[in-house]
Design a protein around this ligand. Structure first.
Ligand code: 3DU
Length: 217
């Protein structure tokens, strides 16, 4: 399996969730040396266009993970994956609940240029109601299908460990919910997570470099 997100160093994925490219660039200019991967989400891509993926990748020479939460019928989901690939993205998040045909068509569209990462369990309290009960089944499916990785809730380390147990040592696990949502990077790493995703705890801090250092302790 290709290392779509590159070699792990700090294990930090920065969630570039500020409103514009320039807002995110101001923070990234200060902290990029600590960042393994830059993550973009739907609001930024809707405002700035898909080209912002390549702009970030080139400016910082880092892989960009498009957390676009793809969740449609296969032929529509596949188009989104292709847009990410065509715009220089390295990985894309696809909801596991789309099922095997949806995941398979996304993998075909990715054409080994982009890693497919399966969203399993949302970190918000409501995520426990509908996504948590099916998350282990979706993790099993992800492992069977040989995807590049899965998401896991970084604010529930026991769930990361459980998901790691299901998918085995190879796939990456990206763990959102570290920092502002209560998760801790050290606990994510200990539980078997590959990366912590951190946004607000860094970009809302008066001193983003100190905030990164605090996260990585
Ligand atoms: O809470 P933060 O500001 O560190 O941002 C977390 C990021 O991770 C944000 O982009 C959000 O959309 C994403 N994310 C979750 O928070 C929870 C999930 O289950 C999946 C993605």
């Amino acid at each position: 399996m290709r290392k779509f997100l590159g070699e792990k160093q700090t294990g930090l994925i920065f969630a570039a969730d500020l409103p514009t490219f320039e807002d995110n660039a101001r923070v990234l200019d200060a902290i990029s040396e600590f960042v393994d991967v830059i993550k973009v989400c739907n609001p930024l891509v809707m405002r700035e266009g898909a080209a912002t993926i390549r702009k970030l990748a080139e400016r910082y020479s880092k892989p960009v993970f498009a957390d676009l939460k793809v969740a449609d019928v296969p032929h529509t989901s596949a188009q989104i994956v292709k847009i990410v690939a065509d715009n220089g993205g390295s990985a894309v998040m696809v909801h596991g609940f789309v099922g095997p045909d949806g995941i398979s068509e996304c993998m075909e569209a990715a054409n080994d240029k982009v890693g497919i990462i399966i969203q399993l369990e949302l970190t918000n309290p409501g995520g426990k109601i509908f996504t948590a009960p099916i998350a282990n089944d979706m993790a099993r499916l992800a492992a069977e299908m040989g995807v590049y990785g899965t998401q896991a809730p970084g604010n529930r380390p026991n769930r990361i460990a459980e998901i790691r147990g299901i998918i085995g040592p190879e796939p990456v696990i990206v763990c959102c919910g570290v920092g502002a949502q209560g998760g801790k990077h050290s606990e994510v790493m200990q539980a078997g997570g590959t990366y912590s995703i951190v946004g607000r705890a860094i970009y809302n801090a008066d001193d983003p470099v100190r905030a990164v250092e605090a996260v990585l302790i």
